[in-house]
Design a protein. Structure first.
Length: 129
């Protein structure tokens, strides 16, 4: 499991958006259950953020940025496509592969603006039951 200094070294300037995203999700959805998992050499570590047992998003640190992943239920797709999101994010949502858990939306985040898109999608995801 990466330590806070190791995480900051890998993320670089993206440590700010990482922390902001975690804080915003905690504020919105209550205390988060944070669980680190190692998925092998090809994928590395990822942090699962959940509200109780319900996953909200997964964050995977990368060099200078991180990947935020979430499963967007199909019934939430129209809301996500109509949301106030950059066109590039709506295109990622529209083309995300579909699984039984929902659309596997994966966004690369290096800025606060990109983290804000993850927050919007998390709200939609958590509201779609």
């Amino acid at each position: 499991m990466p330590t806070e200094p190791e995480l900051a070294a890998v993320l670089g300037a993206a440590i700010g958006p990482w922390r902001s995203l975690k804080a915003a999700l905690a504020l919105e959805f209550g205390p988060l259950v944070e669980t680190w998992a190692y998925s092998g050499k090809a994928y590395g570590w990822s942090l699962r953020l959940a509200h109780g047992a319900r996953p909200i998003a997964y964050l995977a640190p990368l060099a200078g940025r991180f990947r935020a992943s979430l499963a967007l239920p199909e019934r939430a797709l129209p809301l996500a496509l109509a949301a106030d999101l950059p066109e590039s994010v709506r295109a990622i949502v529209a083309s995300a592969p579909s699984f039984p858990e929902g659309r596997a939306v994966r966004l690369l985040v290096a800025s606060e603006e990109e983290a804000a898109s993850v927050i919007v999608l998390a709200r939609i995801r958590m509201g779609a039951r």
